[in-house]
Design a protein around this ligand. Structure first.
Ligand SMILES: *[C@@H]1O[C@H](CO)[C@@H](O)[C@H](O)[C@H]1NC(C)=O
Ligand SMILES: *[C@@H]1O[C@H](CO)[C@@H](O)[C@H](O)[C@H]1NC(C)=O
Ligand SMILES: *[C@@H]1O[C@H](CO)[C@@H](O)[C@H](O)[C@H]1NC(C)=O
Ligand SMILES: *[C@@H]1O[C@H](CO)[C@@H](O)[C@H](O)[C@H]1NC(C)=O
Ligand SMILES: *[C@@H]1O[C@H](CO)[C@@H](O)[C@H](O)[C@H]1NC(C)=O
Ligand SMILES: *[C@@H]1O[C@H](CO)[C@@H](O)[C@H](O)[C@H]1NC(C)=O
Ligand SMILES: *[C@@H]1O[C@H](CO)[C@@H](O)[C@H](O)[C@H]1NC(C)=O
Length: 754
């Protein structure tokens, strides 16, 4: 049985852009000074907007929306309950200890997540938050301070509005020649015949410093250059905009830009009402609270805790009816996917590039119109077709374009590597933080009798929750094995604590990649046991990234970089010379959705021993099962997540990859032309990687890497008893639970607060 786990694509940014692009030029209806009845003005303002623009998405002045938010009272009791609930989920975040005390290789500030949340609770208890908005913004910023695309919580105050500024919405960062440090321009100006004037200041501050400071508060990427790139549009990120142009958080009532030629322009910011939001009858901040922040209020739309939305088996074979031969923003491919718009292959044109093939993989997941299994099967055949065409055409060099790739299905990352280098073993070493609730769950699941009989509907639901969970296979023998290949003999083997950075973790573990299934076999297994040999030699392959490579993209890239010393070239980054990291999205190995954790907690309370029920219910498992934080999310079906598993390199069992520096071998900047012509980026990659790096790479950006393949002895637990019957320690129920952990989706969307 194969379980397909799917994170809901839920980047608010996408939502906001979709709303706004459907609307006419925003008309600010009224500018109101801060007043306690600001919320009362929203319904009339919306009505008058709609009277003028009946089919448009209503917008109001950003300052009016902010005044309304600031009038919503912070209520100490539910606030305390919300933070308590979050603290229980946060225990599952694998990186807490390193975030609190990061190594020098980590470029961002330390953050004590648990301490900050406690402080927020104390501040609320003593009535020192001016509003519910300030309280929830503090929570939100606590999550983003981890700069981890798998770690997110979006609370309910953000249900109502998205803040936008049109003037700042099309800013791009481009260099005159790919080597000179970039400047900021309006994208539209770059097309005009008059010379565009660069933007030097935003709201009176140095523009680059302004952007970097906002990124430190709101970005989910883990270094300043990937954060920078995540702000700007390119061929791979068409919908992107600066935080000041699109955010769930208020970013000021207007934006003022100063240009190199001395000009200055100011434009009011506005708020869009998010889909389904109804302000009718809201007369005060109290009313706002009751409608949007009180899951118990009779008037609130019922937001019950999710039951099984975390593991949605999508229907297969819903291929889009009319498939465009090209992917928007890209040239004519030699091969493309069946509608996900994420995988395509190209042969470069032009003298000096005749032997170069490009595989562009902007994501490891399916689009809205393509089912999971269809995506995986088609990804496999697209890569296969690309490689065989490359071989027939005599291509010798390969660029893998990973720009904007924030991850997707883990198995897709392994599949790509398995086809590129079928003879190379795939190293994996991950671990989970030993939260008390995780240990309890593992032991209760382990204790269920082999001949467990489901006798009530509640038990049936509980068994279903366990078997569709993305978590359970990580804590049972057979679901995972040791990095050097031997089996765990018992659940206690997995839970045997490993102490790192003053915190406790499971044993290092790897996911089986050799299982076969009726639905999908990874290249190298089952019916795909004898794949064709590698088409490209490692020294003829380069990874192109913009630093935002995250999640599954990092699993794939590290196999290439650390395993085979594959070169990397990075594009973009802050307007300074020098090196840039190639891999700086979230480098965790798996995301656990809050709903999944909550469902599993409920299930083990239901299935656990009757005598322990009250005790479990009153402890941390009970808090998780109740899932109050989920009911307090902007979207309870997609409340947020934690990074469930750390990922380690073979030579370092001490520090997760998330906290290590991975410099690219060379870096260049986007030119204006490159933003719409990826083939120019690819040609530059060839020049910068092989032809003339000295001339083509940014000053100081050429870094020689020689990746050691040594295995940290900590991964080699030779003292362990030899593996006996692989599943002797696993009960009947655990064996019945799907062991196929490969198809787990890492966050496709880095939960960006855009
Ligand atoms: C606690 O919160 C207050 C108010 O937000 C802040 O000034 C203080 O620095 C915080 N302390 C810690 C340890 O985070
Ligand atoms: C600018 O030019 C490019 C390529 O010529 C085109 O794709 C793009 O739509 C233009 N943008 C604007 C804002 O006119
Ligand atoms: C190469 O040239 C062909 C023919 O003009 C064109 O269709 C294709 O898009 C070009 N490919 C690239 C990668 O530029
Ligand atoms: C489950 O039911 C079967 C058949 O009624 C019985 O033999 C078995 O003992 C039961 N298992 C448990 C754990 O009660
Ligand atoms: C899969 O690989 C693991 C780890 O090397 C090994 O323990 C297990 O026996 C293998 N399973 C199969 C079916 O080959
Ligand atoms: C995977 O391989 C197994 C064993 O060879 C085979 O039974 C199964 O049908 C294969 N699955 C697919 C999708 O081809
Ligand atoms: C890379 O490192 C290995 C081991 O440290 C060494 O043997 C090898 O010569 C180095 N290669 C290069 C190109 O420096």
């Amino acid at each position: 049985m194969v379980a397909f786990h799917q994170a809901k694509p839920n980047c608010w940014f996408v939502v906001l852009v979709a709303l706004v692009s459907a609307a006419p030029a925003p008309q600010i209806t009224s500018i109101v000074t801060a007043s306690p009845d600001a919320c009362a003005q929203i319904s009339p303002a919306t009505a008058s907007f709609l009277a003028q623009n009946p089919s448009a998405t209503p917008t109001i002045a950003a300052s009016l929306a902010h005044d309304c938010l600031q009038s919503v009272p912070n209520k100490p009791e539910p606030a305390k309950k919300l933070v308590n609930s979050l603290q229980a989920f946060v225990q599952w975040q694998s990186t807490l200890a390193w975030l609190k005390n990061p190594p020098s290789s980590y470029t961002l500030p330390a953050t004590d997540i648990v301490g900050r949340l406690s402080n927020i609770s104390a501040t609320s208890a003593s009535g020192r938050f001016a509003s519910e908005y300030d309280f929830q913004l503090a929570i939100f910023e606590t999550f983003t301070s981890a700069h981890d695309g798998h770690f997110a919580f979006r609370p309910d105050i953000f249900k109502a509005f998205g803040f936008r500024n049109a003037l700042a919405s099309d800013i791009v960062s481009v260099s005159s020649d790919g080597k000179a440090v970039p400047k900021l321009y309006h994208r539209a100006d770059l097309n005009s015949t008059t010379t565009a004037s660069a933007i030097t200041k935003i709201n009176g501050r140095d523009a680059a410093a302004f952007i970097e400071e906002l990124n430190l508060r709101f970005s989910s990427f883990q270094d300043p250059d990937s954060q920078w790139n995540s702000m700007f549009q390119t061929y791979a990120t068409p919908g992107t905009a600066l935080t000041v142009a699109a955010s769930l958080a208020f970013q000021g009532k207007s934006v003022t830009l100063t240009y190199e030629n001395g000009q200055e322009r100011t434009e009011e910011s506005f708020a869009v009402l998010r889909a389904g939001v109804d302000f009718a009858g809201i007369q005060s901040g109290e009313d706002f609270y009751n409608r949007f922040c009180n899951p118990d209020a009779a008037s609130a739309p019922t937001t019950t805790v999710v039951t099984s939305t975390t593991a949605t088996a999508r229907s297969t074979s819903t291929v889009v009816a009319t498939l465009s031969p090209t992917i928007r923003g890209y040239p004519s491919p030699i091969i493309r996917d069946s509608g996900s718009d994420s995988t395509s292959g190209y042969f470069l044109n032009g003298t000096g590039y005749e032997d170069v093939a490009v595989l562009a993989v902007s994501s490891f997941s399916n689009g809205a119109n393509v089912g999971t299994l269809e995506y995986l099967t088609n990804f496999q055949s697209t890569v296969e077709g690309f490689l065989s065409q490359s071989k027939i055409a005599g291509k010798r060099r390969l660029i893998v374009d990973l720009t904007a790739n924030g991850g997707g299905f883990v198995v897709a990352g392994y599949e790509l590597f398995a086809q590129l280098f079928p003879d190379v073993e795939m190293f994996q070493a991950n671990n989970l933080r030993l939260a008390d609730s995780l240990v309890n769950i593992a032991r209760i699941v382990d204790s269920l009798p082999a001949n467990f009989n489901v006798s009530t509907p509640a038990q049936l639901l509980a068994v279903q929750a366990l078997s569709s969970s993305a978590i359970i296979s990580n804590i049972i023998p057979g679901g995972v094995f040791r990095p050097e290949g031997s089996q765990f003999n018992s659940v206690e083997d997995i839970l045997a604590p490993v102490s790192l950075q003053g915190d406790l973790f499971t044993a290092y573990q790897a996911t089986p990649l050799n299982e076969t299934s009726a639905e999908f076999n990874l290249t190298g297994t089952g019916t795909r046991s004898n794949p064709p040999p590698a088409v490209f030699a490692p020294e003829n392959v380069v990874l192109l990234t913009d630093g935002t490579c995250g999640s599954t993209c990092t699993l794939f890239s590290y196999l290439m970089i650390l395993g085979l010393n594959i070169k990397t070239t990075a594009v973009g980054g802050r307007p300074i010379a020098g090196p840039m990291q190639s891999i700086a999205g979230v480098e965790g190995a798996q995301v656990f959705e809050l709903g999944d954790i909550s469902n599993v907690a409920s299930a083990v309370i239901e299935l656990g021993p009757e005598v322990r029920k009250a005790e479990l219910q009153n402890g941390e498992l009970g808090i998780l099962a109740e899932g109050y934080a989920i009911a307090r999310a902007t979207d309870p079906r997609s409340p947020g997540a934690v990074n469930g598993k750390n990922q380690f390199a073979s030579m370092d069992a001490q520090t997760p990859l998330q906290f290590l520096m991975q410099p690219a071998n060379c870096r260049f900047f986007y030119t204006a032309e490159m933003l719409t012509r990826p083939e120019l980026v690819w040609q530059r990659v060839v020049d910068a990687t092989w032809t003339d790096p000295e001339a083509m790479c940014v000053a100081g950006s050429r870094i020689v890497t020689n990746e050691s393949q040594a295995l940290d002895p900590l991964f080699r637990l030779s003292s362990e008893p030899p593996a006996v019957n692989a599943e002797s320690g696993a009960s009947g129920l655990t064996r019945a639970i799907s062991l196929t952990n490969m198809l787990v989706l890492l966050a496709t969307v880095l939960f960006s607060f855009c």
